[in-house]
Every structure is written in C-alpha cells, then in structure tokens.
Write a protein that binds this ligand. Structure first.
Ligand SMILES: Nc1ncnc2c1ncn2[C@@H]1O[C@H](COP(=O)(O)OP(=O)(O)OP(=O)(O)O)[C@@H](O)[C@H]1O
Ligand SMILES: [Mg+2]
Length: 212
C-alpha cells in the first residue's frame, strides 16, 4: 500500500479529535494529501449505522452492537480507507478495531476470539502503520466533558470506563505499531509526542516535522 494509515484510539473525551484534526490541518496546509475520517462512520452508509449506535434512545443488544460496529467498519475500510491508501494518501482515523476490543470485549464481556475474528474480516486483515492510544485519568472524563452531550456509549458508568481503559492498555501492548500516549497532559505536549511517534514509525521525516 502506498499511503500511510494512522489511527487515534482511546476512551471518550481523551482528546483524539483534538489531535487528529490538528494533524490533519497541519499536514494539509503543508501539501500532504490527507483524509481525516472516523469510526463508527466515515462514509454515507457507515454514518447511518453510527446514528443507530450512538442514539441514547436505542436499546441495542450486545451482539447486535458488535455486528453494527463491524458492518460499519467493513463498509468504511473497503469503500474509503483502502482506496485512499492505494492512492498514496495519509489516512487519519479516529477509532478503529482497538475500540471494539476495549468496549465490546473488555467492557461488555464478549469473547475476544469472536471480536478478533470479526475485526479481521471487516478490515481484510489490514493493519494501521501507527495506532496512538490516548489514555487519561477518569477525573478528566467529567472535567473535559461537563457541557458535552453524552451519546449512548458515554452514558456507561465509571466501572465500565475502568474496564475498558485497562483493556486499551493490555491490547496496546500486544498490537504491532501501537503506542500508549499519556493524555492527561496539555494539548501542546501531546502534539509533540504525536509528531515524535510519526517520525519513529517512518511516517514523516525530521525535516517534515520542522515545517509543521
Ligand atoms: N490535552 C487536553 N487537555 C485539556 N482538555 C483537552 C485536551 N484535549 C482535548 N481537550 C478537551 O476535551 C474535550 C474532549 O476532547 P476531544 O473531543 O478531542 O476528545 P475525543 O477523544 O475525540 O472524544 P470522543 O471520544 O467523545 O470523540 C474537548 O472539549 C477538548 O477541547
Ligand atoms: Mg472525538
């Protein structure tokens, strides 16, 4: 594949969108061909699945939830991510397979073998070049989100958030090209870490970073 695939992972409100959009903007302004996208969603069909998944009025069974995430992922990966990478673009995606392992596996308790199998089918076994896993202390969940609308998944309690934070940590250790980022820090410090990791993973060069 000619392009590069960068994934921002981590629990709700950990700062993924903030850093992903900073990166997308900085790269686009400096002539890189970038696609900024997200899961669940990222294309017309998958965005409709997102609406079903995140609506707080919906009562969704655990297995239906898993299938909906994977259906959205299959659509998004095959219709948008892979074609963009084949065109040589840098694809920046908020959330991907690791979120399903953390939420539906560690959070809901669905057998990880089932999740891994579905992830593998939905992604055609395609792996990101870098997964940045943002982990922050639970106290910031309320501090950073006091005035935000809570979607269906954000309404889960602290014990659920604790389980999936632990999940992210464990999965990150086992995943190739995955790095845990301390997301308790100020935006600018995290930004430096993001750039350092892009260089370490041969996605950008030191010269690229100087102009960003
Ligand atoms: N490093 C930081 N320090 C303090 N506040 C931050 C930091 N990063 C982001 N924020 C703020 O925290 C809130 C959540 O950030 P953001 O939307 O980037 O998180 P997210 O991980 O994309 O959340 P979600 O999973 O809900 O999409 C926003 O109000 C944002 O401005
Ligand atoms: Mg976000």
């Amino acid at each position: 594949m000619k392009g590069k695939f960068i994934v921002f992972e981590g629990p709700d409100r950990s700062g993924k969108s903030t850093q992903a959009s900073m990166l997308s903007k900085a790269l686009s302004e400096n002539g890189f061909d970038v696609v900024l996208t997200r899961e669940p969603g990222g294309d017309q069909v998958a965005e409709q699945i997102r609406n079903i998944l995140l609506n707080p009025d919906h009562n969704v069974s655990d297995m239906a939830e898993l299938f909906l995430y994977e259906a959205a992922r299959a659509q998004h990966t095959q219709q948008k991510i892979i074609p963009a990478l084949m065109d040589g673009k840098i694809v920046i995606c908020e959330r991907y397979t690791m979120s399903t392992c953390a939420y539906q596996g560690y959070g809901r308790g669905i057998d990880m073998k089932i999740i891994n199998q579905l992830n593998s089918i939905a992604t055609l076994d395609f792996q990101p070049d870098l997964t940045l896993v943002f982990l922050m202390s639970d106290k910031y969940f309320t501090q950073r989100g006091e005035y935000l609308f809570s979607d269906r998944l954000e309404q889960e309690d602290e014990a659920f958030r604790h389980k999936m934070r632990q999940g992210y940590r464990e999965i990150a250790q086992k995943t190739p090209n995955a790095v845990v980022v301390d997301a308790d820090r100020p935006v600018k410090e995290i930004w430096r870490t993001v750039l350092d990791e892009l260089v370490k993973h041969d996605i950008l060069t030191g010269a690229d970073i100087k102009i960003l």
